[in-house]
Ligand binder design. Structure first.
Ligand code: NAP
Length: 244
């Protein structure tokens, strides 16, 4: 399994759960080598197999190197979690410049497309592969729009929802299932990059269940979608949002 952005937050929880479930895991990360290595160590300390690979999913050559490294060190990928994602400081659309928009879209959209491309070239029966599964990490923001915070981020996740539907249909006959999770307000460090580290505790009042979620609760949905238990599920979404 390749988990992009597996060094922290939802990606780290997914990698750890995958290790416990018997996957060999590649933890991709951007800068935070120590966090990535901590995840690797936790898996290998429990007799699992894992590696960490630095690669910027927004850079095509990095993604190609990531998948080539996995080919060499773990064997061809059978499960991809397109999890790496970013947001920027909370602001309105009338304050967003093109540089910001391009940065968000390059990581959140282009990164997912190019990672999926590399996975399909290895998984698809059309290319001689044995099939596999992809889970895209979208967001409840794709339905809500994130007004006054980051409409750019929300729109990037809207693109991921459409990507999930289209790609699932495109590769449905080639042994590949493609699904997405839409997390709600989850306790991770991503909110600090929006300028509000404690955001989940502010907004949890608006959640029907009146609490934020944990990365582990999202990881469980991802692992289910990747598993054989979800063998007839493709082009689908699991909202992990406490009802929001
Ligand atoms: P996080 O705690 O901020 O972790 C982000 C992870 O992505 C880190 O491992 C980071 O690596 C990596 N990363 C960032 N940019 C990257 C790039 N260009 N290439 C490769 N890796 C990159 O984030 P999170 O909250 O767990 O979010 C994970 C996913 O869930 C994102 O797609 C996010 O949009 C989505 N989501 C989160 C929430 C929430 O409330 N937390 C809600 C809905 C959806 P480094 O450690 O090296 O920086």
């Amino acid at each position: 399994m390749i988990v992009t952005g597996g060094s922290r937050g939802i990606g780290a929880a997914t990698a750890l759960q995958a290790g416990r479930n018997g996957y060999t895991v590649c933890i991709n990360y951007l800068h935070n080598q120590k966090s990535a290595q901590d995840v690797v160590n936790e898996i290998t300390d429990s007799d699992g197999q894992a590696i960490a690979v630095a690669a910027d999913v927004a850079v095509e050559a990095d993604v190609e190197r990531l998948f080539d490294t996995v080919d060499r060190e773990l064997g061809p990928v059978t499960a991809l979690v397109n999890n790496a994602g970013i947001l920027d400081l909370q602001t309105r659309v009338d304050n967003m410049d093109a540089a910001r928009l391009n940065r968000i879209f390059a990581t959140n959209i282009t990164g997912c497309f190019v990672c999926a491309r590399e996975a399909i070239r290895r998984m698809s029966t059309k290319y001689g592969g044995n099939g596999g599964a992809i889970v895209n990490v979208s967001s409840g923001a794709s339905r809500l729009g994130s007004p006054g915070e980051y409409v750019d981020y929300a729109a990037s996740k809207g693109a991921i929802d459409t990507f999930t539907i289209g790609l699932a249909k495109e590769v449905g006959q080639e042994g590949i299932r493609v699904n997405a999770v839409r997390p709600g307000f989850i306790y991770t460090e991503i909110h600090a990059s929006g300028g509000e580290p404690d955001r989940v505790n502010r907004v949890k009042e608006f959640v029907p269940m009146k609490r934020g979620g944990t990365p582990e609760e999202v990881a469980k949905a991802i692992l289910w979608l990747l598993s054989e238990d979800a063998s007839y599920t493709t082009g689908s979404f699991i909202d992990v949002t406490g009802g929001k």
